[in-house]
Write a protein of this length. Sequence first.
Length: 345
Amino acid sequence: LLTGGGTPYGVYTPYFRRWCERLDALALVATPSQLPPLPSSLPASDADRAAVDAHARPTAQVDALPAPGERAARERLGRWEAQVAQYADRRNTLADDAGTSHLSAALHLGLLSPRDAIHRMLPLPPEKPSVRNGIRLWVSQVAWRDFYAQVLWHAPHAARSAWRPSYDAIEWSGDRRQLEAWKSGMTGYPIVDAGMRQLAATGFMHNRARMITASFLTKDLLIDWREGETHFLRHLVDGDVAANNGGWQWCAGSGTDAQPYFRIFNPVTQAGNFDADGAYVRRWIPELSALSAPAIHAPWAHPKALAAAGIALGRDYPEPIVDHAEARRRTLDAYAAALKSPGDR
């Protein structure tokens, strides 16, 4: 899909409108009665074999992975059809396992056709101002997948550098200790650590948690988004290259439709908004399970609650590795310096 001027879209909303105009024309292909035989041999280089061997085992707990196969995926899609109307109200509640479709891995691996999944939702409810319809909203998430695929197709440089080239001038931190703390879910910020531990255990992370953890890495720790992108792709069962890249660049401010660099998530505020009672954190950070909200989201700020629960920071759970307010100021300065026009430097 191209703009009226014949150029690729760099903004999602007009792309989605154009995408919706094409839905009725996208007829499903009939199921074939038979498939052609596989080649008798599939040549592979030594490098290919080494790559397969290195990634042959999932990093997640096997019993936490989705049931494999097309039949299981189609059953999940059928169950999602019955509850998709609730998506608008439930999608941002981190502890609500049924609030999102959990179909991303099946779509990524080709167990489901995105075209088939969308056709089940047609006709789409009309767009109404100030009304977020669950069906339309979920379909728009599938469209994001297409959007990021066309972004990378038209801008292949974005695979390993900023879609907005000026952002390549940012001086990222090389603090490996902080990077490892982020990867292992030991930053001292419970909502961030819960997301990272969910990823390690299940190969999946709630989309809101993906945004929170990515913002923390790039904006609180000022660590290159490519470090996070690589880590996610190594662990995610639904690790789609284009979507993963697009999401990371959105959080870093360097991609299409990106949030402005000065809009930095406060992890404690995000936790209060999307894990109000602390159920998500309690599930993934058992060492804090005796705490209630709001103490569970900012334990360093609630010494009495820690004492009552017998929890000692630095022993049972880490102290915060950065102060969010100070980190925010550092990031704003780093981005502002990188984005000055050449004449201002």
